[in-house]
Ligand binder design. Structure first.
Ligand code: GTP
Ligand code: MG
Length: 179
């Protein structure tokens, strides 16, 4: 196939969730296959890119990592606009990080103000399943996702690289599908 004939698409993805749930770790695992056990809170926001092919499309995911800790958040609503997908992350071992999903979901829709709020592509990730102290049953997370318009749900370990590629592939696919 003639390479130049392929369509190239840049997709803006925003990753949100409480401080310490593993947003930065998921991105580092996905893009660099690296994991750092030390916690260094993200300040402001930064992005990484990853190229992948979906059917006959070359897709560049521009993945924006954000600060979960309130005191490090400094993003205006302009930042959220034009997003093609929003990834909501929680820690399956921390009940509060799951309860906060509704806030992150609502806040994103308010700030990004997409034309299709009912069908805007979200993906939810329950991270740190390698730890042995789960507080949020998978069923509960799946129910939450189902009640918000069937949001795809993935359980991951950024530490072990488990299910991380699958989750971001779904991010790319849902974003492409809703273009
Ligand atoms: P903020 O930048 O403050 O919003 O936090 P974050 O969501 O980016 O969390 P980060 O990726 O920095 O991870 C927080 C801590 O959890 C770090 O010490 C990570 O090493 C650890 N961590 C992240 N993912 C996993 C995981 O899947 N399993 C385990 N065991 N630890 C993880
Ligand atoms: Mg971070």
């Amino acid at each position: 196939m003639d390479f130049s004939m392929k369509r190239r698409t840049l997709l803006k993805v925003i990753v949100l969730g409480d401080g310490g749930v593993g947003k930065t770790s998921l991105m580092n695992q996905y893009v660099y296959n690296k994991f750092n056990p030390l916690y260094k809170a993200t300040i402001g926001a930064d992005f990484v890119t990853k190229e992948l092919q979906i059917d006959d499309k070359l897709v560049t995911l521009q993945i924006w990592d954000t600060a979960g800790q309130e005191r490090f958040q400094s993003l205006g609503s302009a930042f959220y606009r034009g997003a093609d997908c929003c990834v909501l992350v929680f820690d399956v071992n921390i009940q509060r990080s799951f309860e906060m999903l509704s806030n992150w979901h609502e806040e994103f829709l308010k700030q990004a103000d997409p034309s299709n709020p009912e069908s805007f592509p979200f993906v939810v990730i329950g991270n740190k399943i390698d730890l042995d102290c789960r507080m949020v049953p998978e069923e509960k997370a799946r129910d939450w996702c189902a009640s918000r318009g069937n949001i795809p749900y993935f359980e991951t370990s950024a530490k072990e690289g488990y299910n991380v590629d699958e989750a971001f592939l779904c991010v790319a696919k849902t974003a492409v599908a809703s273009e």
